[in-house]
Design a protein. Structure first.
Lengths: 114, 114
């Protein structure tokens, strides 16, 4: 069975510092994709970053980077230079082996302190 | 232009009623999804359609019936609403999901059953 685990229910970070949100996954499929989404208090789901299982390099998108360690089955999100607007719920997700459905982790609530 | 839209945004109704949520995407995507986010913020796939054809039907009560009149629309009809149906329902769409394209989410519909 495919599974995503986020073990940090809540995290605090000081403004302008970097923060790492943990994500581990379990799958027996050789081909899979890993996604991170942000859900601010307004409720919408915002796509942040994608990593394919065959990608050789870690994905980066602006201040977001994905620390992909395939052997350890981890796909941690790193946010550099945190901003107050980064305060939100963050979800790690894996593309399932059926029809492209996303399997989500439990989420991590990030609070950025001024 | 809104990429994925849902109506209504809020829906308050009584147990036993039947209600529908509509979703439309103007991105030209072939694949659309319904997800349910419960009170603990956990997101779970319900259904997926590819080009009007049902491809994913998770273990959802048959009171829930999706309908896709064309590939730009995916509606969700719920019969005999129960208290446990209270949740936020998200519609999403994507290009070829197996190729790693992200899913674009609608703003969500908050359903409250009293």
């Amino acid at each position: 069975a495919q599974k995503i685990t986020q073990t940090q229910p809540g995290m605090f970070v000081q403004e302008k510092e970097a923060v790492t949100l943990d994500c581990t996954y379990d799958t027996s499929d050789p081909s899979y994709g890993l996604f991170w989404y942000k859900q601010p208090s307004s409720g919408e789901m915002i796509f942040l970053i994608y990593q394919g299982s065959y990608d050789q390099q870690n994905a980066t998108e602006g201040r977001y980077s994905l620390n992909f360690q395939k052997a350890r089955k981890s796909a941690n999100l790193v946010i550099s230079a945190s901003q107050l607007g980064d305060s939100a719920m963050y979800f790690c997700a894996m593309r399932g082996n059926q029809g492209g459905k996303l399997i989500f982790g439990q989420g991590t609530e990030l609070s950025v302190k001024p | 232009d809104t990429a994925v839209s849902q109506t209504p945004k809020y829906l308050v109704t009584q147990m036993g009623n039947d209600k529908s949520i509509k979703c439309e995407q103007n991105l030209g995507h072939d694949t659309m999804y319904w997800y349910k986010q419960d009170s603990k913020k956990f997101l779970k796939i319900m259904f997926s359609y590819n080009n009007k054809e049902l491809i994913i039907n998770e273990t959802v009560p048959n009171r829930f019936s999706p309908k896709s009149p064309d590939k730009a629309h995916l509606n969700l009809h719920i019969n005999s609403l129960e208290l446990g149906d209270s949740a936020v329902y998200f519609c999403a769409s994507s290009q070829d999901p197996q190729a790693g394209y992200e899913q674009y989410f609608g703003p969500g519909t908050r359903l409250t059953v009293t």
